[in-house]
Write a protein that binds this ligand. Structure first.
Ligand SMILES: C[S@@+](CC[C@H](N)C(=O)[O-])C[C@H]1O[C@@H](n2cnc3c(N)ncnc32)[C@H](O)[C@@H]1O
Length: 453
Protein backbone atom coordinates (compact mmCIF):
# COMPACT_ATOMS: atom_id res chain seq x y z
CA UNK A 1 0.00 0.00 0.00
CA UNK A 2 1.70 3.18 -1.23
CA UNK A 3 0.13 5.38 1.48
CA UNK A 4 2.14 3.60 4.18
CA UNK A 5 5.44 4.21 2.40
CA UNK A 6 5.00 7.99 2.84
CA UNK A 7 6.46 9.64 5.96
CA UNK A 8 3.84 9.89 8.73
CA UNK A 9 4.33 13.66 9.03
CA UNK A 10 3.68 14.08 5.32
CA UNK A 11 0.47 12.00 5.57
CA UNK A 12 -0.67 14.10 8.52
CA UNK A 13 0.08 17.31 6.62
CA UNK A 14 -1.86 16.21 3.53
CA UNK A 15 -4.85 14.99 5.58
CA UNK A 16 -4.92 18.34 7.32
CA UNK A 17 -4.57 20.23 4.00
CA UNK A 18 -7.10 18.19 1.96
CA UNK A 19 -9.65 17.04 4.56
CA UNK A 20 -12.32 14.85 2.94
CA UNK A 21 -10.47 14.61 -0.39
CA UNK A 22 -7.34 13.05 1.18
CA UNK A 23 -8.33 9.44 0.19
CA UNK A 24 -8.86 10.58 -3.42
CA UNK A 25 -5.38 12.17 -3.36
CA UNK A 26 -3.76 8.95 -2.08
CA UNK A 27 -5.72 6.95 -4.64
CA UNK A 28 -4.51 9.23 -7.47
CA UNK A 29 -0.90 8.64 -6.43
CA UNK A 30 -1.42 4.92 -7.09
CA UNK A 31 -2.65 5.47 -10.64
CA UNK A 32 -0.26 5.25 -13.62
CA UNK A 33 1.72 8.38 -14.32
CA UNK A 34 0.17 10.55 -17.08
CA UNK A 35 2.61 11.13 -19.99
CA UNK A 36 2.62 14.53 -21.65
CA UNK A 37 4.68 16.44 -24.18
CA UNK A 38 4.89 20.04 -25.31
CA UNK A 39 5.45 20.49 -29.03
CA UNK A 40 7.91 23.02 -30.42
CA UNK A 41 5.82 25.52 -32.40
CA UNK A 42 8.95 26.80 -34.17
CA UNK A 43 9.76 23.36 -35.66
CA UNK A 44 7.72 21.08 -37.93
CA UNK A 45 4.43 20.18 -36.31
CA UNK A 46 3.78 16.70 -34.97
CA UNK A 47 0.46 15.07 -35.80
CA UNK A 48 -1.45 16.01 -32.62
CA UNK A 49 -5.10 15.96 -33.71
CA UNK A 50 -5.71 12.53 -32.16
CA UNK A 51 -4.05 13.50 -28.86
CA UNK A 52 -5.79 14.73 -25.70
CA UNK A 53 -4.87 18.41 -25.21
CA UNK A 54 -3.51 19.93 -22.00
CA UNK A 55 -6.19 22.59 -21.46
CA UNK A 56 -3.92 25.33 -20.05
CA UNK A 57 -1.19 25.14 -22.69
CA UNK A 58 -2.04 25.11 -26.39
CA UNK A 59 1.16 23.20 -27.29
CA UNK A 60 0.72 20.55 -24.55
CA UNK A 61 -0.69 17.07 -25.20
CA UNK A 62 -1.10 13.80 -23.29
CA UNK A 63 0.16 10.58 -24.88
CA UNK A 64 -1.85 7.36 -24.44
CA UNK A 65 1.33 5.55 -23.33
CA UNK A 66 5.02 6.22 -22.74
CA UNK A 67 7.17 5.51 -25.81
CA UNK A 68 10.97 5.16 -25.69
CA UNK A 69 11.59 8.87 -26.32
CA UNK A 70 15.35 8.40 -26.79
CA UNK A 71 14.64 6.30 -29.87
CA UNK A 72 12.38 8.87 -31.54
CA UNK A 73 14.38 11.01 -34.02
CA UNK A 74 11.78 13.80 -33.66
CA UNK A 75 12.53 13.99 -29.93
CA UNK A 76 16.27 14.19 -30.70
CA UNK A 77 15.52 16.95 -33.22
CA UNK A 78 13.71 19.09 -30.63
CA UNK A 79 10.24 18.76 -32.15
CA UNK A 80 8.83 18.30 -28.64
CA UNK A 81 9.84 18.29 -24.97
CA UNK A 82 8.62 15.71 -22.47
CA UNK A 83 7.05 17.75 -19.68
CA UNK A 84 4.67 16.95 -16.89
CA UNK A 85 1.33 18.67 -17.62
CA UNK A 86 0.70 20.62 -14.37
CA UNK A 87 3.88 22.64 -14.78
CA UNK A 88 2.61 23.83 -18.18
CA UNK A 89 0.22 26.03 -16.17
CA UNK A 90 3.06 28.52 -16.45
CA UNK A 91 1.96 29.11 -20.08
CA UNK A 92 -1.48 30.31 -18.99
CA UNK A 93 -0.04 32.44 -16.18
CA UNK A 94 2.28 34.17 -18.66
CA UNK A 95 -0.50 34.58 -21.21
CA UNK A 96 -2.64 36.36 -18.60
CA UNK A 97 -0.01 38.58 -17.00
CA UNK A 98 3.11 39.13 -19.12
CA UNK A 99 2.14 41.10 -22.29
CA UNK A 100 4.13 38.66 -24.36
CA UNK A 101 3.70 40.58 -27.61
CA UNK A 102 6.37 43.11 -26.49
CA UNK A 103 10.13 42.43 -26.52
CA UNK A 104 10.92 41.27 -22.97
CA UNK A 105 14.03 40.55 -20.93
CA UNK A 106 13.39 37.33 -19.06
CA UNK A 107 15.45 35.43 -16.49
CA UNK A 108 14.78 31.80 -15.60
CA UNK A 109 16.89 31.72 -12.46
CA UNK A 110 16.67 27.97 -11.60
CA UNK A 111 16.53 26.58 -15.11
CA UNK A 112 17.97 23.05 -15.47
CA UNK A 113 16.99 20.80 -17.16
CA UNK A 114 15.12 23.44 -19.15
CA UNK A 115 11.44 22.44 -19.18
CA UNK A 116 10.18 25.89 -18.25
CA UNK A 117 12.94 27.63 -20.25
CA UNK A 118 11.81 25.95 -23.47
CA UNK A 119 8.19 26.75 -22.65
CA UNK A 120 9.00 30.44 -22.08
CA UNK A 121 11.30 30.61 -25.12
CA UNK A 122 8.45 29.61 -27.43
CA UNK A 123 6.11 32.26 -26.00
CA UNK A 124 8.50 35.20 -26.44
CA UNK A 125 9.00 37.36 -29.53
CA UNK A 126 12.27 36.92 -31.42
CA UNK A 127 13.43 40.36 -30.10
CA UNK A 128 13.10 39.12 -26.51
CA UNK A 129 16.05 37.91 -24.46
CA UNK A 130 15.86 34.79 -22.30
CA UNK A 131 18.63 34.16 -19.76
CA UNK A 132 18.53 30.57 -18.46
CA UNK A 133 20.61 30.16 -15.32
CA UNK A 134 21.58 27.05 -13.39
CA UNK A 135 23.74 27.24 -10.28
CA UNK A 136 24.82 23.57 -10.20
CA UNK A 137 27.56 23.19 -12.75
CA UNK A 138 26.96 19.51 -13.51
CA UNK A 139 23.36 20.36 -14.53
CA UNK A 140 24.37 23.01 -17.09
CA UNK A 141 25.19 20.61 -20.00
CA UNK A 142 21.67 19.10 -20.00
CA UNK A 143 20.16 22.60 -19.92
CA UNK A 144 22.36 23.66 -22.83
CA UNK A 145 21.53 20.52 -24.80
CA UNK A 146 17.78 20.95 -24.33
CA UNK A 147 17.94 24.59 -25.38
CA UNK A 148 20.08 23.74 -28.42
CA UNK A 149 17.52 21.14 -29.45
CA UNK A 150 14.75 23.70 -28.99
CA UNK A 151 16.71 25.83 -31.46
CA UNK A 152 16.05 29.48 -30.61
CA UNK A 153 18.94 31.95 -30.96
CA UNK A 154 17.79 34.57 -28.40
CA UNK A 155 18.90 32.54 -25.37
CA UNK A 156 21.77 32.91 -22.87
CA UNK A 157 22.80 29.97 -20.67
CA UNK A 158 24.60 30.93 -17.46
CA UNK A 159 26.04 29.14 -14.44
CA UNK A 160 25.80 31.42 -11.39
CA UNK A 161 24.52 31.69 -7.88
CA UNK A 162 21.46 34.01 -7.84
CA UNK A 163 23.48 36.53 -5.84
CA UNK A 164 26.00 36.87 -8.69
CA UNK A 165 23.39 38.76 -10.74
CA UNK A 166 23.87 42.01 -8.75
CA UNK A 167 25.14 43.96 -11.77
CA UNK A 168 21.77 43.28 -13.45
CA UNK A 169 19.56 44.97 -10.84
CA UNK A 170 16.52 46.50 -12.55
CA UNK A 171 17.31 44.80 -15.89
CA UNK A 172 14.59 42.13 -16.27
CA UNK A 173 10.89 42.44 -17.13
CA UNK A 174 10.22 38.97 -15.82
CA UNK A 175 12.02 36.58 -13.48
CA UNK A 176 10.95 32.99 -12.92
CA UNK A 177 12.08 31.31 -9.69
CA UNK A 178 11.15 27.65 -10.22
CA UNK A 179 12.66 26.90 -6.87
CA UNK A 180 14.45 23.80 -5.57
CA UNK A 181 11.91 22.33 -3.14
CA UNK A 182 10.96 19.30 -1.05
CA UNK A 183 9.46 17.72 -4.19
CA UNK A 184 6.26 16.37 -2.58
CA UNK A 185 4.47 16.84 -5.90
CA UNK A 186 6.86 14.37 -7.54
CA UNK A 187 6.37 11.46 -5.10
CA UNK A 188 4.49 9.40 -7.74
CA UNK A 189 7.06 10.13 -10.45
CA UNK A 190 10.23 9.94 -8.39
CA UNK A 191 10.30 7.58 -5.37
CA UNK A 192 13.73 9.07 -4.44
CA UNK A 193 11.88 12.27 -3.50
CA UNK A 194 9.99 10.29 -0.81
CA UNK A 195 13.26 9.03 0.68
CA UNK A 196 14.74 12.53 0.79
CA UNK A 197 11.69 14.07 2.51
CA UNK A 198 12.00 15.20 6.13
CA UNK A 199 10.72 18.13 8.16
CA UNK A 200 14.30 19.33 8.42
CA UNK A 201 14.65 19.24 4.61
CA UNK A 202 11.40 21.22 4.22
CA UNK A 203 12.83 23.90 6.52
CA UNK A 204 16.09 23.99 4.55
CA UNK A 205 14.17 24.27 1.25
CA UNK A 206 11.90 27.05 2.55
CA UNK A 207 14.89 29.09 3.75
CA UNK A 208 16.81 28.46 0.50
CA UNK A 209 13.83 29.63 -1.53
CA UNK A 210 13.65 32.83 0.47
CA UNK A 211 17.34 33.48 -0.19
CA UNK A 212 16.78 32.94 -3.94
CA UNK A 213 13.72 35.24 -3.95
CA UNK A 214 15.69 37.89 -2.03
CA UNK A 215 18.34 37.83 -4.76
CA UNK A 216 15.72 37.75 -7.56
CA UNK A 217 13.59 40.70 -6.35
CA UNK A 218 16.00 43.56 -7.20
CA UNK A 219 16.66 42.15 -10.69
CA UNK A 220 13.23 43.30 -11.85
CA UNK A 221 12.49 46.62 -13.52
CA UNK A 222 9.54 48.79 -12.40
CA UNK A 223 6.31 46.79 -12.70
CA UNK A 224 8.36 43.69 -13.53
CA UNK A 225 6.84 40.26 -12.87
CA UNK A 226 8.20 37.69 -10.44
CA UNK A 227 6.87 34.16 -10.91
CA UNK A 228 7.49 31.78 -8.06
CA UNK A 229 6.81 28.07 -8.52
CA UNK A 230 7.58 24.75 -6.84
CA UNK A 231 6.64 21.11 -7.25
CA UNK A 232 5.53 20.70 -3.65
CA UNK A 233 2.29 21.01 -1.64
CA UNK A 234 4.12 22.23 1.41
CA UNK A 235 2.67 25.43 2.90
CA UNK A 236 5.89 26.10 4.83
CA UNK A 237 7.53 26.58 1.45
CA UNK A 238 4.78 27.85 -0.89
CA UNK A 239 2.49 29.88 1.34
CA UNK A 240 5.23 31.25 3.57
CA UNK A 241 7.39 32.46 0.68
CA UNK A 242 4.48 33.84 -1.35
CA UNK A 243 3.30 35.76 1.71
CA UNK A 244 6.83 36.99 2.29
CA UNK A 245 6.92 38.41 -1.27
CA UNK A 246 3.60 40.19 -0.59
CA UNK A 247 5.22 41.83 2.45
CA UNK A 248 8.41 42.81 0.59
CA UNK A 249 7.42 45.13 -2.24
CA UNK A 250 5.37 42.79 -4.46
CA UNK A 251 1.69 42.83 -5.38
CA UNK A 252 0.04 39.43 -5.84
CA UNK A 253 -1.65 38.97 -9.24
CA UNK A 254 -4.61 36.58 -9.19
CA UNK A 255 -5.27 34.50 -12.31
CA UNK A 256 -8.57 33.68 -13.92
CA UNK A 257 -8.60 29.86 -14.19
CA UNK A 258 -11.73 27.93 -15.24
CA UNK A 259 -13.21 25.78 -12.45
CA UNK A 260 -13.18 22.76 -14.80
CA UNK A 261 -9.37 22.69 -14.85
CA UNK A 262 -9.39 21.57 -11.21
CA UNK A 263 -6.57 23.90 -10.10
CA UNK A 264 -7.02 24.95 -6.45
CA UNK A 265 -6.89 28.67 -5.58
CA UNK A 266 -4.78 28.93 -2.41
CA UNK A 267 -5.21 32.77 -2.23
CA UNK A 268 -1.42 33.31 -2.48
CA UNK A 269 -1.02 31.04 -5.51
CA UNK A 270 -2.44 28.08 -7.41
CA UNK A 271 -1.94 24.42 -6.60
CA UNK A 272 -2.35 21.39 -8.84
CA UNK A 273 -3.17 18.12 -7.03
CA UNK A 274 -3.10 14.79 -8.91
CA UNK A 275 -6.67 13.84 -7.89
CA UNK A 276 -7.99 17.08 -9.48
CA UNK A 277 -5.56 17.79 -12.35
CA UNK A 278 -4.12 15.20 -14.74
CA UNK A 279 -0.49 15.80 -13.80
CA UNK A 280 1.80 16.05 -10.79
CA UNK A 281 1.85 18.48 -7.86
CA UNK A 282 2.73 22.03 -8.89
CA UNK A 283 2.40 25.42 -7.18
CA UNK A 284 2.60 28.79 -8.92
CA UNK A 285 2.10 32.43 -7.96
CA UNK A 286 2.63 35.63 -9.91
CA UNK A 287 3.70 38.94 -8.39
CA UNK A 288 4.26 42.44 -9.73
CA UNK A 289 7.05 44.61 -8.36
CA UNK A 290 5.68 47.71 -6.61
CA UNK A 291 8.86 49.70 -5.92
CA UNK A 292 10.06 52.22 -8.48
CA UNK A 293 13.82 52.13 -8.46
CA UNK A 294 15.14 50.96 -11.84
CA UNK A 295 18.69 52.16 -12.33
CA UNK A 296 19.90 53.25 -15.79
CA UNK A 297 22.03 50.52 -17.27
CA UNK A 298 25.27 51.52 -19.09
CA UNK A 299 25.69 49.56 -22.33
CA UNK A 300 29.31 48.52 -23.05
CA UNK A 301 30.52 49.35 -26.56
CA UNK A 302 31.90 45.89 -27.28
CA UNK A 303 31.67 42.27 -26.14
CA UNK A 304 34.32 41.25 -23.61
CA UNK A 305 35.98 38.40 -25.45
CA UNK A 306 34.29 38.28 -28.84
CA UNK A 307 35.93 39.74 -31.92
CA UNK A 308 34.19 40.37 -35.26
CA UNK A 309 35.05 37.72 -37.87
CA UNK A 310 36.87 38.63 -41.11
CA UNK A 311 34.92 39.80 -44.18
CA UNK A 312 35.65 36.65 -46.23
CA UNK A 313 34.38 34.54 -43.34
CA UNK A 314 31.08 36.46 -43.26
CA UNK A 315 30.56 35.44 -46.90
CA UNK A 316 31.03 31.79 -45.94
CA UNK A 317 28.73 32.02 -42.90
CA UNK A 318 25.79 33.93 -44.35
CA UNK A 319 24.42 31.18 -46.63
CA UNK A 320 23.99 28.95 -43.56
CA UNK A 321 21.30 31.26 -42.13
CA UNK A 322 17.75 31.87 -43.32
CA UNK A 323 17.95 35.60 -42.47
CA UNK A 324 21.67 36.41 -42.27
CA UNK A 325 21.09 40.17 -42.11
CA UNK A 326 19.50 39.74 -38.67
CA UNK A 327 22.85 38.58 -37.24
CA UNK A 328 26.46 39.75 -36.76
CA UNK A 329 29.26 37.22 -36.58
CA UNK A 330 31.91 37.01 -33.87
CA UNK A 331 34.74 34.69 -32.95
CA UNK A 332 35.86 33.61 -29.47
CA UNK A 333 39.56 33.27 -28.55
CA UNK A 334 39.19 29.45 -28.93
CA UNK A 335 38.05 29.88 -32.56
CA UNK A 336 34.32 29.14 -32.06
CA UNK A 337 32.20 31.39 -34.29
CA UNK A 338 28.88 32.80 -33.05
CA UNK A 339 25.97 34.62 -34.69
CA UNK A 340 24.54 37.32 -32.44
CA UNK A 341 20.99 38.56 -33.16
CA UNK A 342 21.33 42.28 -34.06
CA UNK A 343 18.16 43.16 -32.15
CA UNK A 344 19.70 41.81 -28.93
CA UNK A 345 23.23 43.10 -29.33
CA UNK A 346 22.97 45.87 -26.69
CA UNK A 347 21.25 43.63 -24.11
CA UNK A 348 23.77 40.88 -24.71
CA UNK A 349 26.67 43.29 -24.18
CA UNK A 350 25.14 44.24 -20.80
CA UNK A 351 24.76 40.56 -19.83
CA UNK A 352 28.24 39.78 -21.14
CA UNK A 353 29.75 42.45 -18.87
CA UNK A 354 27.66 41.41 -15.85
CA UNK A 355 28.15 37.63 -15.83
CA UNK A 356 31.32 35.61 -15.94
CA UNK A 357 30.10 32.08 -16.75
CA UNK A 358 27.74 32.21 -19.68
CA UNK A 359 27.29 31.37 -23.34
CA UNK A 360 25.08 33.24 -25.78
CA UNK A 361 24.25 33.62 -29.44
CA UNK A 362 23.95 30.89 -32.02
CA UNK A 363 27.05 28.70 -32.15
CA UNK A 364 27.84 28.55 -35.89
CA UNK A 365 30.98 26.36 -35.94
CA UNK A 366 34.71 26.82 -36.50
CA UNK A 367 37.08 27.62 -39.36
CA UNK A 368 39.91 25.16 -40.08
CA UNK A 369 42.01 27.13 -42.53
CA UNK A 370 39.59 28.07 -45.33
CA UNK A 371 37.13 25.29 -44.40
CA UNK A 372 34.13 25.96 -42.22
CA UNK A 373 32.92 23.14 -39.93
CA UNK A 374 29.30 23.89 -38.95
CA UNK A 375 28.22 23.12 -35.37
CA UNK A 376 25.50 20.71 -34.27
CA UNK A 377 23.67 23.66 -32.63
CA UNK A 378 23.45 25.32 -36.06
CA UNK A 379 21.82 22.22 -37.59
CA UNK A 380 19.17 22.24 -34.85
CA UNK A 381 18.63 26.00 -34.90
CA UNK A 382 15.38 27.47 -36.16
CA UNK A 383 17.59 30.14 -37.82
CA UNK A 384 19.42 27.70 -40.15
CA UNK A 385 18.78 28.22 -43.88
CA UNK A 386 16.04 26.09 -45.37
CA UNK A 387 17.86 26.11 -48.73
CA UNK A 388 20.83 23.99 -47.62
CA UNK A 389 21.26 20.56 -49.18
CA UNK A 390 19.92 17.75 -47.04
CA UNK A 391 18.97 14.13 -47.12
CA UNK A 392 15.80 12.60 -45.71
CA UNK A 393 16.66 9.47 -43.70
CA UNK A 394 14.57 6.42 -42.90
CA UNK A 395 13.90 5.89 -39.20
CA UNK A 396 16.56 3.14 -39.12
CA UNK A 397 19.17 5.41 -40.71
CA UNK A 398 18.15 8.29 -38.43
CA UNK A 399 18.83 6.04 -35.42
CA UNK A 400 22.16 4.96 -36.99
CA UNK A 401 22.96 8.66 -37.28
CA UNK A 402 22.30 9.08 -33.54
CA UNK A 403 24.45 6.00 -32.83
CA UNK A 404 27.16 7.97 -34.68
CA UNK A 405 27.59 5.30 -37.37
CA UNK A 406 28.68 6.30 -40.86
CA UNK A 407 25.91 5.94 -43.44
CA UNK A 408 26.25 4.52 -46.96
CA UNK A 409 24.20 6.30 -49.63
CA UNK A 410 23.08 5.07 -53.06
CA UNK A 411 24.29 8.26 -54.74
CA UNK A 412 27.61 10.06 -54.52
CA UNK A 413 27.51 13.34 -52.57
CA UNK A 414 30.10 15.99 -51.76
CA UNK A 415 30.22 18.59 -48.99
CA UNK A 416 27.93 19.43 -46.06
CA UNK A 417 24.49 17.86 -45.94
CA UNK A 418 21.77 18.15 -43.32
CA UNK A 419 20.56 14.76 -42.09
CA UNK A 420 16.75 15.02 -41.86
CA UNK A 421 13.88 12.93 -40.60
CA UNK A 422 10.28 13.91 -41.27
CA UNK A 423 11.59 17.29 -42.52
CA UNK A 424 13.37 17.95 -39.19
CA UNK A 425 17.10 18.62 -39.12
CA UNK A 426 19.02 16.04 -37.06
CA UNK A 427 22.63 17.14 -37.59
CA UNK A 428 25.42 17.32 -40.18
CA UNK A 429 26.80 14.77 -42.61
CA UNK A 430 29.73 15.38 -44.93
CA UNK A 431 29.77 13.58 -48.27
CA UNK A 432 33.04 11.97 -49.39
CA UNK A 433 32.22 9.89 -52.51
CA UNK A 434 29.39 7.47 -51.76
CA UNK A 435 30.16 7.44 -48.04
CA UNK A 436 29.12 10.19 -45.66
CA UNK A 437 30.91 11.09 -42.46
CA UNK A 438 28.72 11.59 -39.43
CA UNK A 439 29.34 14.86 -37.53
CA UNK A 440 27.08 14.16 -34.54
CA UNK A 441 29.05 15.36 -31.46
CA UNK A 442 30.16 12.28 -29.51
CA UNK A 443 28.48 13.52 -26.32
CA UNK A 444 25.10 13.43 -28.16
CA UNK A 445 25.53 9.77 -29.19
CA UNK A 446 22.71 7.47 -28.07
CA UNK A 447 24.11 4.60 -26.05
CA UNK A 448 20.90 2.55 -25.97
CA UNK A 449 20.83 -0.57 -28.17
CA UNK A 450 18.58 0.34 -31.13
CA UNK A 451 17.67 -3.32 -31.64
CA UNK A 452 15.69 -3.04 -28.39
CA UNK A 453 13.21 -0.93 -30.26
C1 LIG B 1 12.75 22.60 -9.74
S1 LIG B 1 14.34 22.56 -10.41
C2 LIG B 1 14.18 23.50 -11.86
C3 LIG B 1 13.44 22.82 -12.97
C4 LIG B 1 13.45 23.62 -14.25
N1 LIG B 1 12.98 24.97 -14.03
C5 LIG B 1 12.61 22.98 -15.33
O1 LIG B 1 11.46 23.37 -15.52
O2 LIG B 1 13.13 22.07 -16.00
C6 LIG B 1 15.24 23.66 -9.39
C7 LIG B 1 16.63 23.99 -9.86
O3 LIG B 1 17.22 24.88 -8.91
C8 LIG B 1 18.59 24.58 -8.77
N2 LIG B 1 19.08 25.06 -7.47
C9 LIG B 1 19.45 24.33 -6.39
N3 LIG B 1 19.89 25.15 -5.41
C10 LIG B 1 19.80 26.39 -5.87
C11 LIG B 1 20.12 27.67 -5.33
N4 LIG B 1 20.61 27.81 -4.09
N5 LIG B 1 19.93 28.75 -6.11
C12 LIG B 1 19.41 28.62 -7.35
N6 LIG B 1 19.08 27.45 -7.90
C13 LIG B 1 19.27 26.35 -7.18
C14 LIG B 1 18.63 23.08 -8.92
O4 LIG B 1 19.90 22.68 -9.34
C15 LIG B 1 17.56 22.81 -9.96
O5 LIG B 1 18.12 22.75 -11.26
Amino acid sequence: MIELSFPAKFRWQMEHQLGASYPAFIDALQQPLPVSIRVNPQKNGLPTTALEPVLWCDTGFYLPERPVFTLDPRFQAGAYYVQEASSMLLAEALRQTARLERPLRVLDLCAAPGGKSTLIASLLTSESLLVCNEVIRSRVPVLKENLEKWGLPNVVVSNHDPEDFRALHGFFDLVLVDAPCSGEGLFRKDPEAVLEWSEENVRICAARQQRILTAAAPLLCDDGLLLYSTCTYNDDENRQNAQWLGEHGFEYLPLNLPEAWGVVDKTVGYQCYPHRVKGEGFFLSVFKKKQRSSPEMAVPRAFRSLKPVRNWQIKTLQPFLQQPDDFSFYVKPNGDVFAIPEALSADLRVVDAALQNKGFGLEMGTFKGDDFIPSHALALSTAVSRQLPGIELTKEDAMRFFKKENLVLNESVKGWLLARYDGLNLGWLKGVGNRVNNYLPKEWRIRMDIKEY
